[in-house]
Design a protein around this ligand. Sequence first.
Ligand code: PLP
Length: 429
Amino acid sequence: MQRANSPDHSPSIFERADRVLPGGGFGNFDPGIFIARGKGSRVWDTEGKEYVDFLIGSGPMLIGHCHPEVVEVVNRQMQSGQTFFANNPQGLELAEEIVTSVACAEQVRFVSTGGEADMYAMRLARAFTGRDKIMKFEGGYHGMSGEALMSLFPTAPADYPNAIPDSAGIPASVRDNMLIAPYNDCAYALDLIEKHAQDIACVIVEPLQRIVPPAPGFLEALRQATHEHGIVLIFDEVVTGYRLAYGGAQEHYKVVPDLCTLGKIIGGGLPLAAVAGRPDIMVHFDKIKAGADKFTLQIGTLSGNPLASAAGLKTMEILRRPGVYEKIRAHGHTIIAALQEHLSAAGVPHQVVGDPVLFDVVFTDSPVVDYRGSISGDASLEQRFNQLMREQGVLKPATKFYVSLALTANDMDQTLAAIKYSAEHLLSG
Ligand SMILES: Cc1ncc(COP(=O)(O)O)c(C=O)c1O
């Protein structure tokens, strides 16, 4: 945390934040840093320090900050209006591009945040099946609804399939309708589905959970079991959509869910997210076709707003250009190799977990295949590593590296040098 006081005794930005923001911040990230601006692969804090950015706005800025082509279309759209509530051509075009590129997406409903998209996807599954129970995986992140906040970051994990709320203020009735399973444990998941099949509306899963990739056959097994029992399979692709591949995790892993949720990249850095999927499920958003009893009400002031749609469409156009994903993956591979090399040389127990587009180090000797594995690492080493990286001008989320297309050779040199330095100084602090 950097908390310099102003030399003229006026309150520092941190003191001002402590006064008006609970916890001194927005609740998202370390309140000890305020980002003033970003350009390409880099951000600058309010004290003028420059960083190579692996936070990338928690994922949306895959092509870098202020990409000139995105800025141009957003500026142009600003001349024609920010938001209308009514349908607009940019939103329609974005929906068409999602339908073209995402395997499960035959229809699209826009919302403003990934968490909203997940909440509606779960509700839609309940409307479609007439069942109440939701199965999710321990450590799976699906926004901030009551359901999503069950066994998200439990510090004292319960016995499966019991859920633990991660937040105050959620009625017990929400918990009672949840079934929690360990990610990547096929046998457990299939058994749970078998036992509760008549009550389960949906299985919701991050196809790559946080940074943990699916074990071979895991997603396929979920697909088959949910199909057999008429359970809706929801892939939360808020992170993986347009990142693991243009068509998301469902393209990358070749498993197609019934519904998916998208966010982050599709809004090009502006607030926009979506539920997409099979028309016989999406029809519940249509009052006339679904009928009053089965209708799932969904309205949002900013849903599908044209600025975010324009930014998302241009971002996606850039991602479709030749070599883009190869470049992002190549950078990820290089960083992963450097982490392995330098942490091994320094004798630090570690696992690099993830995919080249999205990964991190877990400071443990044991392979990490689920949530309990991912919290088994040495948290103080993790914190110190992140701090050393930050001191070397590399900004990353607490438990991720998000690789961006904007990284230059210079950024890579600085990042690799920071990794070497941090590995060498990790145990001496
Ligand atoms: C997998 C996943 N789903 C849903 C969300 C929620 O998205 P939002 O923060 O836009 O509500 C996130 C946010 O990081 C996420 O990582």
